[in-house]
Design a protein around this ligand. Structure first.
Ligand code: NAP
Length: 295
């Protein structure tokens, strides 16, 4: 059996169309143009690519895009003053500070300076707490994208066994909360977990967010399970070039899984579009307009 390939690119393109149409209506009916600010510190090549793609997508959708670029040795106070200024700017509805920051900067202080209403990455304690309470409007982009793909490919996941490998604030923790809210039975695993293959073999939904190339093997996958590969790892090929691979041994796992996300073209494609969705939600919420939850 070969598993279905979950086409994140196609799902992302469809969602992007809906967001663009909603934005055009918002602008013409209410004179409201959603604004997304990106803040990039330093010149890490991967971060530069991520930020460029986010800006390009925002502009293509019809958002206002504001960009702040700061040198790698920027002082903490200067970074905080930019974040505070963007938080106070009424034409900016979402703020994304690209992480990780250079080591001398305190990420928590930056998150504390960010208006939670504009926290479109949903990393502030307020938004993390609202997610726990089941009252969040702004939910982390990659976990939201994963839930949309699961809804599309599995429908109702009530009672399914889900394993999330990885417990980061950015992905693992919010993903586990969303799966729980969708009535899955959720297990979280991490670097200290015992018998990861055994835990994985029980999972109807196996989610890998580890950051280790092809770490999850095909014989960990329960036949017919849905495998969601969040990892993005740049590895060198035998001819000295580079390619992106996920955290799952894709070619082998595809033969066992019921459905599986490729890397690239799976989860990653959904992340940017979910960031745009969050910016739209933030813009509506800050202007007391109904939230576009049914996209
Ligand atoms: P992270 O903060 O580094 O967290 C990695 C998690 O993996 C940690 O919880 C860690 O456990 C766990 N882990 C590490 N080694 C392990 C092992 N041997 N066995 C079991 N668990 C292990 O990473 P992240 O930010 O969540 O990102 C994870 C991956 O997803 C990366 O490849 C990243 O590039 C990718 N990512 C992709 C997107 C996207 O849009 N597709 C978005 C975000 C992240 P401990 O907590 O015990 O250390």
């Amino acid at each position: 059996m070969t598993g279905r390939v979950i086409d994140g690119k196609a799902s992302a393109a469809a969602l992007r169309e809906k967001i663009a149409a909603y934005t055009a209506e918002l602008t013409s009916k209410h004179g409201l143009q959603p604004g997304l600010a990106t803040v990039l510190v330093g010149s890490d090549p991967a971060s530069e690519v991520y930020v460029r793609n986010k800006r390009k997508t925002a502009e293509a959708i019809g958002f206002k895009s504001v960009h702040v670029e700061l040198p790698a040795d920027v002082a903490q106070d200067e970074l905080l003053s930019h974040v505070k200024a963007l938080s106070a700017d009424p034409s900016v509805h979402g703020i994304l500070v690209q992480l990780p920051l250079p080591k001398h900067l305190d990420e928590n202080a930056v998150l504390d300076a960010l208006d939670p209403a504009k926290d479109v990455d949903a990393l502030t304690p307020k938004n993390a707490g609202l997610l726990l309470s089941g009252r969040a409007h702004l939910v982390s982009c990659t976990p939201s994208g994963v839930m949309l793909l699961l809804k599309e490919y599995m429908g109702d996941i009530t009672g399914k066994e889900a394993l999330v490998i990885g417990r980061s604030l950015l992905f693992g923790k919010p993903a586990a909360q969303l799966l729980l809210a969708a009535n899955a039975t959720v297990t979280m695993a991490h670097s200290r977990s015992k018998d990861l293959p055994g835990l994985a073999r029980r999972a109807d939904i196996l989610v890998a967010a580890i950051g280790k190339p092809e770490f999850v093997k095909a014989d960990w996958v329960k036949p017919g399970a849905v495998v969601i590969d969040v990892g993005i790892n740049r590895v060198e090929t035998s001819d000295g070039k580079y390619k992106l691979v996920g955290d799952v041994d894709y070619d082998a796992a595809k033969e066992v899984a019921g459905a599986i996300t490729p890397v690239p073209g799976g989860v990653g494609a959904m992340t940017i579009v979910c960031l745009m969705h969050n910016t739209l939600i933030a813009a509506c919420s800050q202007n007391n307009l109904p939230l576009p939850t049914a996209l």
